[in-house]
Design a protein around this ligand. Structure first.
Ligand SMILES: [Zn+2]
Length: 357
């Protein structure tokens, strides 16, 4: 699912295309894409308005229109946005079309149909997007933007106080910090040398500092590289390249770029989690509590009498031979998944080709 860097890239690509454009109306072929209105009412609400800003909040694109209304676009698993001439043939995965007065259309393409688009008003006093006049703020429960200037180390430490629990689920908690998902949580923890099952209570001051810096560094680099095109994510100006720079995410069994030992995979809260058990040590107290999860670990380790033992990559043993073939099978599976996703992205670009490029 697109995370902060991917959504930021989409917003940046859309901005020059949409700023100043006047909206005529909208057509929607999958009503559940719309969060707030039925298709007819949605078209009426946005028709006649002009695009005045294109930004991002957390993992959503926010398109501000004249008259204090804004569209929120959540891409979810497979959502994609393209601005194309209205006469370009429609492809069957386009769920929502926003018609522009200049003969172009903003098309929301979404194979899996989990994406959501809403139209909200801005509170004239606070400037917040609200569900209705005097109603709840749309992003009221979302935590701070990690790349904002006021997300300082001090502010980060303040948010950690009163938190318990493990680092991986904490980073995925949008109320703690906005926009971090599975990819960048794993990458930030690896960069900070912190185990995903580490609990907040065991963090020392230096750990907190490294984690704060790592979150910002990883997200910043990912934006520079236009995000990670791993699944269906692509943007109006094309794919990202951050997937080539990921150090541990989906690299189970490959050597850790820091120490050369194999990257491990565990499942934390039903999410795949990738890390290096050598560089990201788990304190004994956390290790005892995490025993059940660590039992699910895959990678190049063997377990004897209840203890995990690190094996240098390539060292032979019966257990390792079995692990090797499992690793090869996993690699082949990953490669097939990657190929299928690349084919889908190419098809998406093909469908939007002849657009505004
Ligand atoms: Zn390592």
């Amino acid at each position: 699912m697109p995370e902060l860097p991917e959504v930021e890239t989409v917003a940046r690509d859309l901005r020059p295309r949409l700023l100043g454009a006047r909206i005529v109306g909208a057509r929607c072929s999958w009503a559940r894409t719309l969060r707030t209105h039925d298709p007819e009412a949605f078209s009426e609400v946005i028709g006649g308005r002009t695009v005045v800003a294109v930004d991002r909040r957390a993992k959503q694109v926010v398109v501000d229109l004249s008259g204090g209304v804004a569209l929120t676009i959540h891409l979810k698993m497979t959502g994609q946005l393209f601005v194309v001439p209205a006469d370009l043939p429609m492809d069957p995965y386009v769920r929502l079309v926003v018609e522009l007065a200049d003969g172009r259309e903003l098309r929301f393409r979404d194979i899996r149909k989990f994406g959501k688009v809403g139209a909200f008003g801005r509170d004239p006093v606070t400037g917040e997007l609200v569900t209705e006049a005097g109603g709840a703020a749309v992003f009221g429960k979302i935590g701070p933007e990690p790349l904002a200037e006021d997300f300082t180390l001090r502010a980060f430490r303040g948010r950690l106080r009163g938190r318990t629990g493990r680092l991986k689920p904490l980073l995925l908690d949008q109320a703690f910090v906005a926009g971090v998902g599975n990819i960048y949580a794993d990458e930030a923890l690896w960069l900070a040398r912190l185990h995903p099952l580490r609990t907040v209570a065991t963090l020392r001051s230096a750990d907190e500092r490294r984690l704060h810096g790592a979150i910002r560094q990883v997200l910043g680099e990912a934006i520079e590289r236009r995000g990670s095109s791993i699944d269906d994510y692509t943007a109006p100006d094309g794919d990202g390249s951050m997937q080539e720079r990921l150090q541990v995410y989906q690299r189970t069994g490959e050597p850790c770029p820091r120490c050369g030992r194999p990257v491990r995979r565990i499942v934390v809260g039903s999410r795949s989690t990738h890390f290096c058990s050598w560089c990201q040590r788990l304190p004994a107290v956390d290790r005892r509590r995490a025993r059940a999860i660590l039992r699910t670990m895959t990678g190049n380790a063997i377990r004897t009498r209840g203890r995990w033992t690190d094996l240098p990559a390539g060292e032979g043993s019966v257990g390792l031979t079995a692990t090797e073939s499992a690793r090869a099978a996993a690699r082949a599976r990953t490669e097939r998944t990657r190929q299928a996703a690349a084919t889908r992205r190419a098809a998406a670009r093909e469908a939007a080709a002849g657009g505004d490029r």
